[in-house]
Design a protein around this ligand. Structure first.
Ligand code: SF4
Length: 304
């Protein structure tokens, strides 16, 4: 297909906090995914990334907005859209063997009989680098974090999805294991032509997995565009601060931390106003996302 495979249109979701205050976890977010494309969703903890990912797979209902897959509206979890969870230990049933965990979606989502499901589960385990003869009957606690994440990937792929949401899939892993899982992710995406939403707080991994990036701050899109444009020349002060805070491999070339002005709490206008070094009078009016060229959009009055 030539158009987007998956689209999110103006998704919003709020939660009520103790004391009755309302927090918008996701606020009017739209994006599109083409077949074979990976969109990195970045932002600090609490920026709304996970809530957005859960809405995409149907685990959290949007309060407003809509989702379309292959041009048709979707309102409930679908086989075609699957998720790899951050916490691989919690995502697996501790009493189910690894093989059983991968077989479940094959039986329930694809309707396979158990012999066919077992054969397919074994093939999937082999493909993600876990020799089925060795791992099929093992329990999750017998595996390392990296091995459990491989099981999570196999299980997400079992229903043969077209769209994969990966929620911080490598954030809990050692650096060496992280590189192996990222490589596996790229290989499987390319083999299967998957569209993917890759959620991360770590800008260091964005270039290695994604073609496009969307930056969230307090549930709002503040910048989006091709990875090279956003990472090489971020236009929004928040994206600039995120990039500046990204560790570099050589400690001698470590970037100095960005001075952070005092957080003045909630101010009317731009959501980033209380932290922004460039805030000025016009920022009392919320900026809208606008094009700055090259399929690159920024929500800041100063962006050019
Ligand atoms: Fe900073 Fe104003 Fe831009 Fe918001 S609109 S990011 S406060 S300069």
């Amino acid at each position: 297909m030539t158009g987007p495979l998956f689209q999110a249109h103006h998704l919003s979701r709020g939660f009520r906090l103790p004391g009755g205050r309302r927090l918008m976890a996701v606020d009017d977010v739209s994006f599109r995914l083409h077949q074979g494309e990976t969109l990195a969703l970045v932002g600090e903890s609490g920026s709304g990334k996970t809530t957005l990912g859960r809405m995409v797979v149907g685990l959290t209902a949007p309060q407003s907005g809509s989702l379309t897959f292959a041009g048709s509206a979707i309102r409930a979890p679908r086989r075609e859209v699957q998720m790899v969870f951050q916490d691989s230990a919690a995502a697996l049933n501790p009493r189910h063997s690894i093989g059983e965990s991968v077989m479940v979606p094959l039986v329930w989502a694809l309707g396979l009989r158990r012999p066919a499901a077992e054969a397919q589960a074994r093939a999937l385990l082999d493909r993600v680098g876990l020799a089925a003869d060795h791992f099929f009957a093992r329990l999750p606690h017998e595996l390392s974090g990296g091995q459990r994440q491989r099981v999570g990937i196999a299980r997400a792929l079992a229903p043969n999805p077209s769209v994969l949401v990966a929620d911080e899939p490598v954030s809990a892993l050692d650096v060496s294991v992280r590189a192996q899982i990222l490589l596996l992710f790229r290989e499987l995406r390319d083999e299967r032509g998957l569209a993917a939403l890759f959620i991360t707080h770590d800008l260091g991994v964005v270039r290695s997995v994604a073609q496009r990036v969307l930056v969230l701050y307090r549930g709002q899109v503040v910048e989006q565009g091709p990875v090279a444009a956003v990472m090489d020349r971020p236009r929004h002060p928040y994206s600039q601060a995120l990039r500046a805070a990204t560790p570099v491999p050589n400690p001698d070339r470590q970037r100095p931390p960005v001075p952070r002005p005092p957080d003045l709490g909630d101010l009317p206008g731009c959501a980033f106003r209380a932290r922004c070094p460039g805030a000025h009078a016009a920022c009392a009016v919320p900026p809208t996302l606008r094009a700055v060229g090259g399929d690159h959009d920024v929500a800041c009055h100063l962006a050019a």
